[in-house]
Design a protein around this ligand. Structure first.
Ligand SMILES: NC(=O)c1ccc[n+]([C@@H]2O[C@H](COP(=O)([O-])OP(=O)(O)OC[C@H]3O[C@@H](n4cnc5c(N)ncnc54)[C@H](O)[C@@H]3O)[C@@H](O)[C@H]2O)c1
Length: 668
C-alpha cells in the first residue's frame, strides 16, 4: 500500500471506528459485532505501524475507552484504567509470552482469569468506607456512578479493615437477567440490548438508581490500583487480599507456570463457557509478579504484562455473494445465501438458509451485501442483518423465480403459506430428496446410503422410486464412484436389515404430507397393519386424538393414489415389513388421565377404598404407585393418620390429596 492510499484508508477506518465507538460506549447500541470492530482496529494498527506519520493522537488506536458523558460528574482515577491488548490465537499468545520473557526473564508465571463480558468499574474506599464508584471513561477520567453501584449487593459498603484504596473490577449482568430484561423490553416495544455487556453499561448509566437496582447486576473485582501499602507482591496475592477484605472475586482463576498451562486453561474454558451463568468473551492472562509487571511497563493504551485472549467470534461480517435455490422433498423452494467463506465460532461457514422470500424482504437482503452472520444455537448459520450503510450501489435485488429451477414447471404459493412450491410430482429434485428422506435415520435408517450415493444412483437411473432400493444389485453398486466391494456388501446388508423395521419407520419414510415421525408412530400403533391404515377412512382417522383434519385428509388422499398403492405392493413383494412391532400403545383413556406418567404415593389409612384397589385403579390409568416419597413423586394421597411420608411431601412441596379427591379423580 502506498502512502497516499494508506492515508485515505486510515481516514476511512478512523471515521468508522469512531462511529462504532460512539454507538458502543455512549449509546450502548453497537451496530456491528465486536469481531468486526476488532478486525478494523487491527487493520488500522497495521497501517499505522507501517506509516507512523499517519498516527494522530486522536486515532482510535490511542484511546482507552469511550466518551465521557456530561450527565455524570467527572472522576479522576488514582491511576490509569487501561485497556488490554488482544490475542486471537495460539500464535498471538506465544508471541506475547516471548515478549514477556525477553524483558522479564525466563522465570515468569502467569495468572489466568475469565474475561467477564461487562464493563470496567473503579471503586474507592476511604477508611474502609465505599465513597466513590466510577466507569473507566477515557482511562484517566471516568463518570461518577456511585449511586448506581451502591445498588449492587456484592459491592461491600464497608470493608473488613479500615483501609483506603481504589479497586477495579468488572460489573456485569448475568445471562438470565439479560434475557428477562430483553423480554420485558420486547413486551414494551422497546429496542433490545445487543448483549449483556451493553445492558450492564446501560443500566449503570441511568440517572435514577432505582432502575439500576432492578437490573440484577453483579460484580467481580480483579485488581487493586495501588498495592503500595498492602505488602502484596503478586497479582494472585492481590486477588486473595480482595477476598479477605470482603470483595467478590472470580474463583475460576488459575496460576500457570508457563504458556502451555495457559493454553490448557483456555482450551478448558472454550468448551465449558456455555455452562457459566454469565457471559465471558475471553481469558485474561497476567504476569503474576508485581516486580516483573513494573519492569514490563505499559504502552499508552495497555499494560505489556497482560493480554486478553478473545474466543472465536460468534457473530462476524462477510459478503453475501449470491442466492442459490434448492427444491425440497415437498417441492418447497428454499433460497440459500452463498457467502464469502468466513470463520464463525470456530468453523468455516459458506452457506446460510434464507428460508423464504418474505424473510429476504424483511431483512432487506441484496446480493453483494455485507451481512452479519451468526450460528444459531452454535450450529446452523444464520444471516442476522444487513449492513445497509456499507452499500456501494452495486448490490442486486433478489427475486424468486416463477418456475422450478429443476423441472421448469410453474411455481405456486399454497393458501396461507409463505413458501413457493413446485407441485409437479415428477420433478426430479423432489424425487431425489424423497429418496434421501426414505433412507434417513428416523425413516428406514439405511446406513451407507447417503445423499451422494442416492444422487448417483438416481442420475444413473438405477433407482426411480423407493421400491427400487430393494432391487439394487452388487454389480450396480460396485460401478459407483468410491464404492469398494466391502462398502457395496455392507450397503446391501443395511438395505436387507431395513426390511424388518417396524411400520412407523416406513410410514414416515414415505413422506406423506403432514405425517412426521411422531404421527407415523401414532398411526402405526393404532392400526398395527399397513392394510388397516390404507383402508381407514377420514372418520376413523380423525377419531384418533393426535390426528387432525388436515392430516386425515392428506393420509386418505395419499392412499387413494394408484401409484401409492402400487408402491406399497412392490415394497411388500420385496419383503418389507408392513406391521407395527414396537411397544404397545397406551390407551387414549390412559394417556388423557390425570395420572398418566405420574408417580403417586399412598400413605395413611384409606376409609372407603382398599389400598390395593386404589393402586390398581391408578395404574390402570397410566400412573405408577411407589412406596416412598422423593423429589420424583408427583402426588401424595394422604389418608387418616398419615405420618412421615406426608411430612416429607409437605417439605418437598409435593401435591397432596385426601381420599375424597382420589375418589373423585378415579371416578368410582
Ligand atoms: N461492536 C462495536 O461497535 C464496538 C465498538 C467499540 C468497542 N467494542 C468492543 O469493546 C471492547 C473494547 O473494550 P476494552 O477497551 O474494554 O477492551 P477489552 O474488552 O478488549 O479488554 C479490557 C477490559 O476487559 C475487562 N476485563 C474483564 N475481566 C477482566 C479481568 N479478569 N482482568 C482485567 N480486565 C478484565 C475490563 O473491563 C477491561 O477494561 C472490544 O471487545 C471491542 O470489540 C465494540
Amino acid at each position: 500500500m502506498d502512502l497516499q492510499t494508506a492515508e485515505i484508508k486510515v481516514k476511512e477506518l478512523q471515521t468508522l471506528l469512531n462511529q462504532y465507538n460512539y454507538e458502543y460506549h455512549v449509546l450502548d447500541q453497537p451496530s456491528v459485532p465486536d469481531s468486526e470492530y476488532d478486525r478494523l482496529l487491527k487493520e488500522l494498527i497495521e497501517i499505522e505501524t507501517q506509516y507512523p506519520e499517519l498516527k494522530t493522537t486522536d486515532s482510535p488506536t490511542q484511546r482507552v475507552g469511550g466518551e465521557i458523558l456530561d450527565m455524570f460528574e467527572k472522576v479522576q482515577h488514582q491511576s490509569q484504567m487501561l485497556s488490554l491488548g488482544n490475542a486471537f490465537n495460539e500464535q498471538d499468545l506465544r508471541d506475547f509470552d516471548r515478549r514477556v520473557r525477553q524483558s522479564a526473564g525466563e522465570n515468569v508465571s502467569y495468572v489466568c482469569e475469565l474475561k467477564i463480558d461487562g464493563l470496567a468499574v473503579s471503586l474507592r474506599y476511604e477508611e474502609g468506607l465505599f465513597v466513590l464508584g466510577a466507569t473507566r471513561g477515557d482511562g484517566s477520567i471516568g463518570e461518577n456512578i456511585t449511586a448506581n453501584l451502591r445498588t449492587i449487593r456484592s459491592i461491600p459498603l464497608r470493608l473488613n479493615k479500615d483501609l483506603s484504596m481504589e479497586v477495579r473490577g468488572e460489573a456485569f449482568m448475568p445471562k438470565r437477567s439479560f434475557e428477562a430484561l430483553n423480554k420485558l423490553k420486547a413486551e414494551k416495544g422497546e429496542d433490545a440490548f445487543a448483549n449483556p455487556r451493553n445492558a450492564a453499561a446501560g443500566s449503570l448509566r441511568q440517572l435514577d438508581p432505582r432502575i439500576a437496582a432492578s437490573r440484577n447486576l453483579d460484580v467481580f473485582l480483579y485488581g487493586v490500583s495501588d498495592t503500595g501499602e498492602t505488602g502484596v507482591e503478586s497479582h494472585s496475592e492481590a486477588l486473595d487480599l480482595l477476598d479477605t477484605l470482603g470483595f467478590k472475586t472470580n474463583k475460576e482463576r488459575k496460576k500457570c507456570a508457563n504458556i502451555e498451562e495457559v493454553l490448557e486453561f483456555i482450551e478448558k474454558w472454550t468448551s465449558e463457557r456455555p455452562n457459566l451463568v454469565y457471559d465471558i468473551d475471553g481469558i485474561v492472562i497476567k504476569v503474576d509478579s508485581l516486580d516483573q509487571q513494573q519492569e514490563l511497563g505499559t504502552t499508552a493504551k495497555s499494560p505489556r504484562w497482560a493480554i486478553a485472549y478473545k474466543f472465536p467470534a460468534e457473530e462476524v461480517v462477510t459478503t453475501l455473494k449470491s442466492i442459490e435455490l434448492s427444491v425440497g422433498r415437498t417441492g418447497v423452494i428454499t433460497p440459500t445465501a452463498i457467502l464469502e467463506p468466513v470463520r464463525v465460532a470456530g468453523t468455516t461457514v459458506q452457506r446460510a438458509s434464507l428460508h423464504n422470500e418474505d424473510l429476504i424482504r424483511e431483512k432487506d437482503i441484496k446480493m453483494g451485501d455485507q451481512v452479519v452472520i451468526k450460528k444459531a444455537g452454535d450450529i446452523i448459520p444464520e444471516v442476522v442483518n444487513v449492513l445497509a450503510e456499507r452499500r456501494t450501489g452495486e448490490e442486486v435485488e433478489f427475486h424468486m423465480p416463477t418456475h422450478c429451477p429443476e423441472c421448469e414447471s410453474e411455481l405456486v404459493r399454497l393458501d396461507g403459506e409463505v413458501a413457493l412450491r413446485c407441485i409437479n410430482p415428477k420433478c426430479p429434485a423432489q424425487i431425489r430428496e424423497g429418496l434421501i428422506h426414505f433412507v434417513s435415520r428416523n425413516a428406514m435408517n439405511i446406513d451407507g446410503l447417503g445423499e451422494k450415493v442416492i444422487s448417483q444412483l438416481f442420475s444413473k437411473n438405477l433407482i426411480q422410486d423407493v421400491a427400487d432400493i430393494y432391487k439394487l444389485t452388487f454389480e450396480q453398486l460396485i460401478g459407483l464412484e468410491r464404492m469398494g466391494e466391502k462398502s457395496a456388501n455392507n450397503l446391501l446388508e443395511a438395505i436387507e436389515a431395513s426390511k424388518v423395521n417396524s411400520l412407523e419407520k416406513l410410514l414416515f419414510g414415505l413422506g406423506i404430507r403432514h405425517v412426521g415421525a411422531k404421527v407415523a408412530k401414532t398411526l402405526a400403533q393404532q392400526f398395527v397393519q399397513m392394510d388397516e391404515l390404507m383402508n381407514a377412512g377420514y372418520e376413523q382417522l380423525t377419531a384418533i386424538n393426535e390426528i387432525g383434519e388436515k392430516m386425515a385428509d392428506s393420509i386418505v388422499s395419499y392412499f387413494e393414489l394408484e401409484e401409492a398403492r402400487a408402491l406399497i405392493d412392490e415394497l411388500k413383494a420385496a419383503g418389507v415389513n408392513m406391521e407395527y412391532t414396537g411397544p404397545k400403545r397406551v390407551s387414549i383413556e390412559q394417556s388423557e388421565s390425570i395420572f398418566a406418567g405420574k408417580t403417586v404415593v399412598l400413605t395413611g389409612k384409606l376409609e372407603k377404598l382398599k389400598r390395593n384397589e386404589a393402586k390398581d385403579k391408578i395404574e390402570a390409568l397410566g400412573g405408577n404407585v411407589s412406596g416412598s416419597v422423593s423429589k420424583k413423586t408427583d402426588i401424595v394421597i394422604a389418608g387418616e393418620d398419615a405420618g412421615s411420608k406426608l411430612a416429607k411431601a409437605q417439605e418437598l412441596g409435593i401435591e397432596i390429596w385426601d381420599e375424597e379427591r382420589l375418589i373423585e379423580e378415579l371416578n368410582v
